[in-house]
Design a protein around this ligand. Structure first.
Ligand code: GFB
Length: 314
């Protein structure tokens, strides 16, 4: 049975990645998507996860449910980032194996690689050095998740794959000023400044760190491709292939939004990892490439933000 006809569970469908997966799977002909909100199914509760798998018998699982956030959320909520992610992934991966799921895709993060890893970062650099302190709790949880996939494949022959995306953005992102990632935060700040004719926008840190930004629709496309074409215990990177400095990003966002004032850097805020650029040669060798250019993705994301500005919580 192909995934189009099978019950496919997208865990975390309300989030940035999960919603993009639903769009991609629906466009690809999925007929039996299984979706549960957090209120309907708390993935941190093992008994509830167990009941869901017994009752619904998913055949394929995309594990996109996670507690995620930017540099400040990671810093201020270490226990929640570690606890929620460990619980969610342990419950879902184990239940998926025990209830006969044919294949599971686990989503990790580029922050699993050492802070000082050579750039671009290859999958082999995992556990070769110390983690970036601003997100080590999240990184440790994600490393445990990918190790769980490896271990279940080795010991039980469970077809679980681990995908490591770079920094993501797109429609449905978190635009909170305290918990979001840099791109969404800067978009909101520039938009608000432009609308009240403010003369400055604050950018955290020095502006020097470099990040790679992948549109979430490209990630969703890569995930479906990997579900179909990848079967290995080794994690696989999904990135855009290029990076920009935070200062360059801020200027690009300001241009897209139409903010013409000053970008004021605040070096009292942490920079985090100096550079995060993924080596995506393992992925491109399989025949997949990202398609969405950064400027184009910024413009469409800003269009989405403008259309949803009113309903977004602070
Ligand atoms: O996106 P971000 O929060 O997380 O921050 P990371 C990236 C860079 O942008 C940092 C700077 O150097 C921030 O200081 N920055 C500038 C801002 N202005 C802002 C702003 O207004 N808001 C935010 N949030 N940043 C995350 C990890 O690291 O990357 C997660 O915390 C995850 O664990 C994710 O791995 C992909 O890229 O530093």
């Amino acid at each position: 049975m192909s995934w189009q006809q099978a019950p496919v569970y997208v865990a975390g469908h309300g989030g940035l990645v999960g919603a993009a997966l639903v769009r991609r799977l629906t466009a690809g002909g999925a007929t039996r998507l299984l979706l549960r909100t957090r209120a309907q199914l708390d993935l941190r509760r093992q008994a509830d996860v167990e009941r869901f798998f017994v009752e619904q018998q998913p055949r394929y699982v995309f594990l996109a449910a996670a507690r995620v956030g930017g540099i400040e959320a990671n810093r201020s909520q270490p226990a929640q980032f570690l606890r929620d992610n460990l619980l969610i992934q342990a419950n879902v991966i184990d239940a998926a194996y025990r209830h006969g799921v044919s294949k599971l895709l686990f989503l990790g993060s580029s922050c699993i690689y050492p802070r000082e890893a050579p750039q671009p970062m290859r999958e082999q650099y995992l556990l070769t050095g110390s983690l970036e302190p601003t997100n080590e709790w999240y990184a440790v949880a994600k490393i445990a998740g990918l190790k769980m996939c490896q271990a279940y494949r080795r010991e039980f022959g469970f077809d679980a794959i681990s995908v490591m995306p770079t920094n993501l953005y797109g429609p449905g992102d978190n635009f909170s000023l305290t918990t979001s990632h840099v791109l969404a935060a800067l978009m909101r700040k520039c938009d608000e400044a432009q609308r009240v004719h403010a003369s400055t926008v604050e950018v955290w840190g020095t502006g020097a760190p470099r990040r790679e930004f992948l549109h979430v629709d490209d990630l969703a496309d890569a995930c479906v491709y990997l579900m179909e074409h990848y079967e290995s215990e080794d994690p696989i990177n999904v990135g855009w292939g290029r990076d920009v400095s935070v200062a360059e990003l801020a200027r690009l966002v300001a241009r897209v939004v139409g903010f013409q004032g000053e970008l004021r850097f605040d070096p009292s805020r942490p920079d985090g990892t100096p550079r995060k650029l993924l080596d995506i040669s393992r992925l491109t060798a399989l025949g997949w490439r990202p398609r969405i250019e950064l400027v184009e993705g910024l413009a469409s994301t800003y269009g989405w933000y403008c259309a949803h500005r009113q309903e977004l919580r602070s």
